[in-house]
Design a protein around this ligand. Structure first.
Ligand SMILES: NC(=O)c1ccc[n+]([C@@H]2O[C@H](COP(=O)([O-])OP(=O)(O)OC[C@H]3O[C@@H](n4cnc5c(N)ncnc54)[C@H](O)[C@@H]3O)[C@@H](O)[C@H]2O)c1
Length: 146
């Protein structure tokens, strides 16, 4: 059964995809190539070019490939842009993640890994954040409960 990696053509996702492939696991990448590149898939992993908000297409992918593990890296990540265009970030990061989660629940996904962001910690008083640091975001990229 393949592992589905959203945003697998991006910076973080493509490195994870490479590690999964090199560990002998089958990977399917779902990416709209808005910031990522198909050339980042260096081991010939299968790429489905699709939009996270496209529920119908997502469902087709789950129906066809039955992934039980999903790694979610598809997001918009430019902090200043999240301030100038918060609706884009709410749509792509919050609404699209909810859409993906609903689809995962519908198709019985057992493991879901979400790549969050250090932006949830804002500017920690101690200078360095740990996973126990309070979440005090200073821009819409790091909403408090992500
Ligand atoms: N870059 C970092 O240092 C870093 C560190 C920790 C966590 N993260 C998190 O990892 C995730 C990925 O970050 P990144 O740096 O790899 O970003 P990136 O822009 O390089 O990758 C994002 C990928 O998602 C795709 N994508 C975006 N919106 C999509 C949509 N609606 N439908 C389908 N595909 C879509 C893009 O085409 C791209 O390939 C983000 O959630 C980010 O917050 C990044």
């Amino acid at each position: 059964m393949p592992i589905l990696v959203t945003g697998g053509c991006g910076y973080i996702g493509s490195h994870v995809v490479r590690q999964l492939s090199e560990a002998g696991l089958e990977v399917i990448v779902y990416d709209n190539l808005s910031t990522g590149s198909a050339e980042a898939l260096v081991n010939g992993e299968r790429l489905i070019v699709g939009e996270l908000s496209d529920t119908e297409m997502l469902e087709q992918v789950f129906r066809a490939h039955s992934p039980k593990t999903v790694l979610h890296f598809a997001a918009a990540i430019v902090a200043p842009e999240s301030v100038s265009d918060p609706l884009k970030y709410y749509g792509n990061n919050t609404c699209n993640t909810m859409n993906l989660l609903r689809t995962c629940v519908k198709f019985g996904v057992e493991r879901f890994i979400f790549s969050s962001t250090a932006a949830v910690y804002g500017l920690p008083e101690e200078g360095v954040a740990s996973e126990e640091s309070p979440t005090v975001p200073i821009n819409p990229m790091g909403p408090p409960n992500s």
